[in-house]
Ligand binder design. Structure first.
Ligand SMILES: [Zn+2]
Length: 67
């Protein structure tokens, strides 16, 4: 196995890592409820995919105060 002969300098390491970036996800609009959703995924708001209801969306539970 080839091994690096020398340790890379911090500058070199940091220069390489300047390309490591987070991308913002691309949102499209849901055709059913027109909320922003990720493409190729079931809408988390109405549960529709390809114009049909696929998942049943339960109404969000309100936090119950335990005594
Ligand atoms: Zn929707």
């Amino acid at each position: 196995m080839p091994n690096p002969k020398r340790q890379h300098s911090r500058q070199r390491q940091r220069k390489r890592r300047t390309h490591y970036k987070l991308k913002t996800p691309v949102f499209g609009a849901c055709p059913q409820c027109s909320k922003p959703i990720l493409s190729h995924r079931v809408c988390p708001f109405c549960g529709y995919y390809k114009g049909k209801p696929v998942v049943e969306i339960k109404p969000k539970k309100e936090k119950e105060a335990a005594s």
